[in-house]
Write a protein that binds this ligand. Structure first.
Ligand code: PLP
Length: 417
């Protein structure tokens, strides 16, 4: 019996795996054009041609089927801009899923509002509509619905709760570019959608983000919020003079994307639609092969989530079948077999060290957790994640992932917990 790679045995498959991020044929020419243009920033001078930022925003909005897209420098800034656009601030509460990236809560704290942490659904790992309904108070000013890892939150049930209470939904689609719910793309269902284009995301410029909305008034606010009260001037443009005009109705920040990042995003959009489908196909194949291994349970998306966008492929394991090993141990054992990063889910936010009161200004608001985050902790303790580039590997390499699980399971008694 061959021993585990973690203990010095031969691995199941030592790689290579598909690389991420990747650049297509348009990236270099577009970057060269920016270098030579004299216009590196939105806040730079009018050079007689529209910005690449404007071109990307149009392309992304058309892809999503929404009226407005305003780019920002990070996904975290997208959340910040969305909260500010909705006038959320001190004394307000925003409902945030208990299992998500820490920036979802820190964005709320950044506007001096209180993140109210609620539990997630065991099927999707996304925020549970019942938990949201139970957490609403007269102070609730928004619901942050996050599409996590590879599944969409139940937007119909969440919209029903939100509409009943007249609360807007901010849809965090940082992990869901291209996903579809009942014929609509992720990010276009809530009042405002927020995207991240950070390095690991399926559309990336290294750093970057966007907010999208169908609401003309919110779009105008968002445009000013991301550029210190400035908006693209529609007329009176003069060569060498600023393309942005100081409108000055909303106090914001400089959260603007550079033209270099816009160039890379335009190149990325050439591949996003086809890659979304290829990743979904790879994920279906992987699910089929993992079904041959005892004790593994895939995420169960809602039927309305007709196209899944995979940021991470998440799979749950039955601890007794794997010798009661911890998520961390299983990740290390699989990593050794596959030469591939295998990671644990986020730390549920009620246990997150960065949100501990001791780390924060005692005068600032804290997170509130009206009920225990039972499923957030249970699922985080039995789930492992594969980053999306693996889903673009050939089927033979996806089979290797199933073989690695099987091998680790066979040798589970050799693992320390
Ligand atoms: C990545 C991410 C963010 C933050 O995006 P940044 O670009 O890293 O600031 C917010 N929410 C979710 C769900 C994310 O995955």
């Amino acid at each position: 019996m061959t021993s585990l790679a973690l203990l010095g045995g031969p691995p199941v498959y030592p790689g290579p795996w598909p690389a991420w991020p990747t650049a297509g044929s348009r990236a270099r020419p577009l970057l060269d054009a920016v270098l030579a243009s004299g216009r590196w920033a939105l806040s730079g001078p009018w050079t007689g041609t529209p910005t690449l930022e404007g071109e990307f925003s149009r392309t992304f909005a058309d892809f999503l089927g929404i009226r407005h897209c305003l780019t920002v420098d990070h996904g975290s800034s997208a959340l910040l801009a969305a909260l500010l656009a909705l006038d959320i601030g001190a004394g307000d509460e925003v409902i945030v899923p208990g299992l998500t990236w820490v920036a979802c809560a820190s964005a709320v704290l950044r506007v001096n509002a209180t993140p109210v942490l609620v539990d997630v659904s065991a099927d999707t790992l996304c925020v549970a509509p019942e938990a949201v309904a139970a957490a609403i108070t007269p102070r609730t000013k928004a619901l942050l619905a996050v599409h996590l890892y590879s599944a969409m939150a139940d937007m119909d049930a969440l919209a029903a709760v939100a509409n009943r209470h007249g609360i807007p939904i901010i849809e965090d689609a940082a992990q869901a570019h291209g996903a579809v719910w009942a014929g609509k793309r992720a990010g276009t269902i809530g009042r405002i959608g927020a995207f991240s284009m950070q390095q690991g995301k399926v559309l990336t410029a290294g750093e970057g983000g966007a907010v999208v909305t169908d609401d003309d008034k919110l779009a105008a606010r968002l445009e000013q919020l991301r550029a210190d009260g400035r908006q693209y001037a529609a007329d009176g443009l003069r060569l060498g003079h600023p393309h942005l005009r100081e409108v000055g109705h909303v106090l914001g920040f400089n959260l603007a994307l550079s033209e270099f990042q816009a160039a890379i995003l335009i190149d990325g959009m050439d591949r996003l639609p086809a890659e979304t489908i290829a990743r979904a196909r790879g994920a279906d194949l992987l699910t089929r092969h993992l079904a041959q291994v005892a004790g593994l349970e895939p995420i169960r998306p809602h039927p309305a989530n007709s196209l899944r966008a995979y940021y991470h492929y998440a799979v749950r394991y039955d601890a007794p079948t794997f010798g009661h090993c911890s998520v961390g141990t299983l990740c290390r054992a699989l990593e050794a077999e596959l030469s591939l990063p295998v990671t644990a889910p986020y730390v549920p936010l009620d246990s997150h060290p960065l949100l501990a009161p001791s780390l924060r200004d005692p005068r600032a608001p804290r997170t509130r957790r009206p009920a225990p985050l039972v499923e957030a902790h249970r699922q985080a303790g039995r789930t492992v994640l594969f980053h999306h580039p693996v889903l673009l590997a050939s089927e033979e390499h996806l089979v290797a992932i199933a073989l690695a699980f099987e091998k680790v399971q066979r040798h589970a008694r050799l693992l320390s917990p």
